[in-house]
Design a protein around this ligand. Structure first.
Ligand code: SF4
Length: 167
């Protein structure tokens, strides 16, 4: 028992972080900021809406603001109110319970605005497709401008796809 405890103290308790090419992430984020400034005249604000996700997609979204990716250094912000947002980043299979909330959030977001459905669930219900609790995709409630596939998509893929939105 003591041996196991001592071995546990020697090993890191968390997994090693994924290999991230800082140069690639920085290049993508800088390009995204530059295109947002060209289109909007300022940096980009994103409001995330969880429409019933398993939170796997949220973990990858959160990673965008961690020390590895540090999206905020490029002026890309996650905001608390749709009134301050340019992009609604929606995850989950679009549960019936969240339909009215998402529609009201969409109405509260000023134009121009973009809706990005993130993850396979947000595209068509994914793993939860066919459930009586779901509407099988975000486009059942609000118009979607971009789908980002994956279960969940990796942060670098999220950045790459957001860049395509402003190409
Ligand atoms: S796409 Fe995958 S990770 Fe994202 S909410 Fe659905 S099941 Fe979870």
């Amino acid at each position: 028992m003591l041996r196991l405890l001592l071995e546990g103290l020697k090993r890191p308790l968390t997994e090693t972080p994924p290999e991230v090419s800082d140069a690639a992430a920085a290049e993508l984020a800088a390009a995204l900021e530059e295109r947002a400034r060209r289109k909007l005249g300022r940096s980009l604000s994103i409001r995330q809406v969880d429409a019933g996700s398993c939170n796997g997609c949220e973990l990858e979204i959160h990673a965008l603001t961690n020390a590895l990716y540090d999206l905020e250094r490029f002026g890309l912000h996650f905001v608390a109110s749709p009134r301050h947002a340019d992009i609604l980043l929606v995850t989950g299979p679009m549960t019936r319970n969240m339909a009215e909330a998402l529609e009201r959030t969409w109405r509260a977001t000023p134009d121009p605005k973009w809706v990005v459905a993130l993850g396979d669930c947000a595209a068509d219900g994914g793993l939860f497709a066919g459930s009586s609790a779901c509407l099988d995709g975000v486009s059942a409630v609000v118009p979607v401008d971009l789908h980002i596939p994956g279960c969940p998509p990796r942060p670098i893929e999220i950045l790459r796809s957001l860049l395509a939105l402003f190409s």
